[in-house]
Design a binder for this molecule. Structure first.
Ligand code: CTP
Length: 492
């Protein structure tokens, strides 16, 4: 059995703590509030889960060190606005190599980080946590139902399948079925964005609209979340999975959902502030709006529902009038790709190795795309039929190189895709994603510049050819930047 430290004694953290303790694990729960520690230790009841009995074996503490030391996993279950500060307090007590499971859902508005990215960035601040593994656990899971042992399903997502599978083992029992997924970004994006659509669904019910409107919001809501996710490099299947449509259905249709409830109150005439007060707990959909609006603009994705909800919540737009405007938008097709593109993508991405297609993968920043890059891409493509580039995200590049790219991720991606060699670009945001990428995309050949010679030989154990191609002499992004800088200093 496992030792588990839980950060946060809210409804979801406590429902999971109870489940894990009943399965025989040793569970300690931290709360920042002395009042909660005392009350829960004594009464063995949680005010927001009145039917749940807290097992006697669960120990409550206000000392964060007690839940972060000597544990197999740390479960981060504080509301999203408190994730960064909680991890900052916990960092000194977290060992390198620790598995941290995050169940908080949201996107940090100023950094646009998902919650596991927030945790990673906070934990890396002291430079001694290079091997911490972050797993996102997300899906259609009302705490109220889990606390009563009702059948529930959830997704354990991590680039590192070993970590995802360990979490699957720990959380799986007769009431909880856990699926794994390598697309952690997609899983977390769904978890954050669905709360906004749930708000919309509540507003619609509050306005007196029926099931037709609800179904429309869920379907078109998922379609805009998917559009955004695909632009960010997430995998399409995630959006039709449990953390995607599964979680959206449960959040947008159930009155257990605070987002849905807050929306209902707003649709019935309350201001967002009044609704928040009435709900009494964090309304994650309202918190997620600023980040969603920034993502929409950053990735140039059309997201009419998110835009409309933001207008109602943050700009005082009238809910009924907003619905009318949505209904009167220009005509659209449900299918936004041409048939030839659809056939092309699905045949390439969903087919397995046995179709005879040879897939090549390479990684890099490819900033200020230059002839050295093109030389590499041309030779890489010649080694197979389909070339995938793992393109360093802006954050990853800045962290590794100490300075940002000249062109942002989206521009570098578009430049790569406009060459005749690159077929697909996915984000590279960690050193550990190569194995999951190789499995997911059925890679046959990994190509790296020869300054990496030997470093990736271990990947041959995963059935890929690892080929180091000689670099083109005398050109690099760094050199171009320096030469331009020097040129700027030369007087006319
Ligand atoms: N590359 C190459 N020949 C060069 C420069 C880069 O073959 N003259 C290859 C690298 O080996 C890598 C890919 O292009 O496989 C992307 O490299 P990247 O690091 O993005 O390019 P650099 O120009 O080396 O950038 P920097 O100076 O920032 O390291």
């Amino acid at each position: 059995m496992y030792k588990i430290g839980v950060l946060g004694a809210g409804t979801w953290g406590m429902a999971l703590a109870r489940m894990l303790a009943n399965a025989g694990n040793e569970v300690r729960v931290w709360s920042a509030l002395e009042r909660e520690v005392e009350e829960f230790s004594k009464t063995r009841r949680h005010p927001n889960l009145p039917k749940m009995i807290i097992p006697d074996e669960i120990i409550f503490t206000k000392n964060i060190e007690d839940v972060c030391t000597d544990v197999d996993i740390i479960l981060c279950a504080v509301p999203s606005p408190f994730v960064r500060s909680t991890i900052a307090s916990a960092r000194p007590f977290i060992k390198d190599g620790q598995i941290i499971v995050d169940v908080a859902k949201g996107i940090e508005a100023n950094t646009l980080f998902t919650m596991t990215q927030v945790i990673m960035s906070e934990i890396n601040k002291d430079g001694s946590h290079g091997n911490v593994k972050l797993v996102a656990l997300s899906g259609p899971t009302h705490a109220e139902e889990v606390s009563l042992d009702m059948p529930t399903t959830i997704v354990s997502a991590c680039h590192d399948m070993n970590a995802a599978e360990l979490v699957q083992d720990i959380f799986m029992n007769t009431c909880m079925r856990v699926y794994t997924n390598v697309d952690i970004l997609g899983v977390e994006l769904c978890g954050a964005m669905k709360n906004i659509i749930a708000l919309a669904s509540g507003i619609s019910a509050g306005l007196g609209y029926g099931d037709n409107a609800k179904a429309a919001l869920i379907t078109r809501g998922m379609s805009e979340i998917t559009r955004l996710g695909l632009k960010m490099g997430c995998m399409e299947q995630t959006f039709s999975g449990l953390a995607g449509i599964g979680d959206l259905i449960v959040t947008a249709t159930s009155m257990h959902s605070r987002n849905n409830k807050a929306g209902y109150l707003i649709g019935s005439g309350m201001t967002p502030e009044e609704a928040k007060k009435e709900v009494g707990m964090v309304v994650e959909g309202i918190n997620a709006l600023p980040a969603a609006m920034r993502l929409m603009r950053h990735y140039h994705v059309e997201m009419p529902l998110t835009y409309a909800i933001n207008a109602v919540i943050n700009e005082g737009a009238d809910a009924g009038e907003t619905v009318r405007k949505l209904m009167e938008r220009g005509k659209k097709s449900e299918i936004d790709k041409s048939v030839s593109t659809l056939d092309f993508e699905s045949s390439l991405l969903k087919s397995k190795k046995d179709t005879g297609m040879r897939r090549v993968m390479t990684y890099g920043g490819f900033d200020l795309l230059h002839y050295g890059h093109i030389n590499l891409l041309r030779r890489a493509k010649a080694l197979g039929d389909y070339l995938i580039v793992g393109l360093s995200t802006d954050e990853f590049r800045a962290k590794e190189k100490g300075e940002p790219c000249f062109f942002d991720y989206q521009k570098r991606k578009e430049l790569l895709l406009s060459t005749r060699y690159v077929d697909l670009v996915i984000p590279e945001d960690s050193w550990s994603q190569k194995i999951p990428n190789i499995k997911e995309y059925h890679i046959d050949v990994l190509v790296m510049g020869d300054h990496w010679r030997g470093k990736f030989d271990y990947l041959r154990n995963y059935g890929v050819d690892v080929i180091y191609l000689p670099r083109t002499p005398e050109v690099s992004t760094t050199m171009i930047k320096e030469e331009v800088k020097q040129g700027e200093n030369v007087p006319d």
